[in-house]
Unconditional design. Structure first.
Length: 375
């Protein structure tokens, strides 16, 4: 058995394993994926008996975290050939990939789990629950141009997002021209595309969609408030006579919307991550706590956090005086605003006295997270 990271020119060797494990993915999607995404991603594999038997892929994204940007990786295609399972290969790949990302000082990694229980032993925790709903769409008297985006539209799409939506989120992928070009390619590989709602030459809304025989899905609809009717008309038109509702992912808040946990995060380089969070407006922060991390043991130190008043930036240093103890997983849940101090206090290994609770609550949690990436 050999664990290693493949060279770029070897990435195609993993396609056979993908086809075996993820048989639901179409040839068109895999053609797109292995032509576009594997140009700059990283693939860790375990080879045995002359072939690739297990793999883990890291797809790079530039993420905005408050007012800073970081290169981070989205973990996907964690797969082991059936006859080679239950040998601990997934854990070996995860630990190796996480240690390498830590060495590059990446603040965290994220994934969309097939099952939560697979990743909790490695200290991944849910941080983002996505709004999901279904709609039959409605007719609209107002007729606006609805077109499929092409490569030339990507820069305008990025400008639209950054003008109207970027400031709403504390954590999201940086959406530039390349990001939207890749999105268009990806959706086209799934018998879909990206629709633009336009008034003259100006984008007023956009959404990605995919279509199968009896299923239509919309991902990440972004449109100005006054164009709700036009969006619902587009939903109706996409149904094309199908007597089934359109599934909408990352939809707006409203009736019949359910929140579904979809993204788990694992903090990697803790010092980098802590330095990216902010102190709440008008507060002054000063606290220290020990962190327990059994996998990335260099995170297991006593950290001192200060900041506030003149600057909302958090200053991070090491100390010997600890006011309490947090596990890396509990800290993840808290810093992303997914759980309160009271909720993480009940977890194994966590000790939070009252004074430390007061100080932790001065940190501005990253509640406005928006991670809808698929691959």
């Amino acid at each position: 058995m050999q664990l290693r990271k493949l060279e770029i020119n070897e990435h195609g060797r993993t396609r056979t394993l993908w086809e075996k494990v993820f048989a639901e993915d179409s040839r068109e999607f895999l053609d797109y994926y292995y032509f576009i995404k594997t140009r700059d991603n990283q693939i860790y594999v375990i080879e045995e008996d002359g072939g690739v038997r297990s793999m883990l892929q890291l797809n790079p994204y530039l993420l905005q975290v408050e007012d800073r940007q970081f290169p981070c990786n989205y973990i996907i295609a964690v797969a082991t050939e059936e006859n080679y399972r239950k040998r601990g290969y997934m854990g070996e790949l995860l630990r190796k990939a996480m240690q390498d990302m830590y060495a590059r000082k990446e603040p965290f990694t994220f994934l969309m789990p097939a099952a939560e229980a697979i990743y909790t032993p490695y200290d991944f925790r849910f941080v983002y629950a996505q709004n999901q709903c279904e709609s039959m769409g409605t007719d609209s008297a107002a007729e606006l141009e609805l077109t499929d985006a092409g490569m030339r539209d990507a820069a305008d799409m990025a400008a639209f997002f950054n003008q109207y939506f970027a400031e709403k989120y504390q954590v999201c992928a940086v959406r530039d021209e390349t990001y939207y070009q890749t999105m268009i390619f990806e959706q086209q590989s799934e018998n879909g595309g990206v629709k633009l709602i336009k008034e003259g030459q100006d984008i007023k809304g956009m959404f990605a969609y995919a279509s199968e025989e009896n299923v239509v899905e919309i991902r990440e609809p972004l449109y100005l408030d006054e164009y709700e009717a036009q969006f619902q008309k587009a939903v109706r038109d996409l149904r094309s006579g199908r007597d089934v509702p359109v599934k909408i992912y990352a939809c707006r808040n409203g009736e019949h919307v359910k929140k579904v946990p979809i993204i788990m995060v694992r903090i990697l380089h803790l010092e980098t991550f802590l330095s990216a969070v902010k102190v709440k407006e008008g507060e002054r922060l000063s606290c220290s706590f020990a962190v327990l991390d059994s996998i990335i043991t260099k995170n297991s130190r006593v950290w001192k956090l200060t900041g506030g008043q003149d600057s909302r930036d958090v200053q991070v240093s090491e100390t010997e005086d600890s006011e309490g103890v947090l596990t890396i997983s509990a800290l993840t849940s808290f810093l992303f605003g997914y759980k309160t101090v009271d909720e993480i206090r009940g977890e194994e290994g966590v000790i939070i006295p009252g004074q430390l609770e007061n100080e932790l609550n001065k940190i501005q949690a990253l509640k406005q997270t928006y991670l809808n990436e698929i691959v």
